[in-house]
Design a protein. Structure first.
Length: 221
């Protein structure tokens, strides 16, 4: 499989060239174009209740499409709904947790399973469910704004709305940005995730809710 991410970071498009019989799994509705002869198979995400909850709580489709190239190979282009960045992560046998809506695609060697994270994973209203990606291969994530990694060795605090993904090796708790709920409310900051351990967090530079709030203020009453 060969790939190219073009038009970064504002209007990113993932272009894939698949060899004969190679497959790529993607979020439903992400296909922009594909060459003739590509096979398509739609499956529900692993775990019906988890997938159903992601559908209604996280706003993310709980179906995945798998595209398989014919004997001559094929091409396909994938893009997320929102403008923003796309990144590639090579898992190499490790696992990561991905927030609702950030998963775009992955190759054949990656397993995608929905996980219930409890109230800890209530990231900025994104839902109570995370996707765990594991195996060996490439995963492609998308987000609103630019995506950048932060290496953690000890403790780190991140606004929950900006989290795209993080290594499974990291532990986290969700709490107030300020010392009290009052100071959190008046500071304009939301909930934060307090990470500990060693690993990587991937962060988006903008959040859709911030843009919606700005746009709403401009609308006539």
């Amino acid at each position: 499989m060969q790939y190219q991410i073009s038009h970064k970071p504002s209007f990113s498009l993932l272009k894939l060239r698949l060899g004969p019989g190679q497959s790529i799994k993607s979020e439903a509705g992400a296909m922009v174009y594909m060459s003739s002869g590509m096979g398509i198979e739609t499956k529900m995400g692993s775990g019906f209740l988890s997938a159903l909850s992601r559908k209604f709580l996280g706003g993310e489709s709980f179906f995945f499409n798998t595209y398989t190239a014919p004997s001559k190979g094929g091409e396909i282009g994938l893009a997320p709904e929102l403008p923003g960045d796309i990144i590639e992560i090579d898992l190499s046998g490790k696992s990561i947790f991905v927030e609702a809506g950030a998963y775009l695609a992955s190759d054949e060697g990656i397993q995608v399973v929905s996980k219930f994270g409890g109230l800890r994973s209530l990231f900025g209203g994104e839902g109570l469910f995370l996707l765990e990606l594991s195996g060996s291969g490439k995963a492609f994530l998308s987000a609103y704004g630019s995506i950048f990694p932060i290496s953690v060795d000890g403790a780190y605090t991140v606004d929950t709305g900006h989290i795209v993904a993080f290594d499974r090796s990291l532990q986290f708790t969700v709490g107030k940005a300020g010392g009290s709920w009052k100071s959190t409310f008046f500071s304009g900051e939301g909930l934060v995730a307090n990470f500990s351990g060693t690993g990587t967090i991937w962060i988006q530079s903008r959040v859709p809710s911030g843009f919606i709030g700005w746009l709403t203020r401009l609308l006539p009453v």
